[in-house]
Design a protein around this ligand. Sequence first.
Ligand code: S3P
Length: 171
Amino acid sequence: MRAMGRHVVLVGMMGSGKTAVGQELASRFGVGFVDSDEQVERRAGRTVRQIFEADGEAAFRRLETEALIAAVGSTERSVIAAAGGVVLDPTNRDLLRRAGTVVWLRASPEVLEARVRDGNHRPLLGDDALGVLRRLDTDRARLYDEVANAVIDVGDLSPDEVATRIALVVA
Ligand code: S3P
């Protein structure tokens, strides 16, 4: 692999496969993997859902920015899965753009809906996941586009197949 411009950062909506693809990619590249939600949970000693419920979304977003600053600031190259809402904050978008190669894992709300059933860290979805995903997609697509150096349409590709495509882009 060519020396990565520093980190490889995966962005995209909930359910786009950032964590599974990121883990696969990091193991292929032999570098570390960092998931921003996991970092938030580790730093806060609470789950994403607990933070949302006790302190609200704004408090979660502040912790998310702190986790992102730590992740991109690492001197060790890594693959970073940046949670879906990271792009909402202009400071975060700036951090992402300077972090290395940013890849947008793009998928339709219908595809995402089928994939978000696993996991308990997505309190925003409530009981109308498809409706919420459609709304978030409308609000965020231009923000993912703004930060991304490359876009992969994940469709029904497996994490392995997506990782192979990304490796072509960053190699
Ligand atoms: C969110 C995405 C989630 C998690 C939180 C909010 C969002 O992470 O940070 O539920 O606003 O899109 P994933 O993108 O890893 O699911």
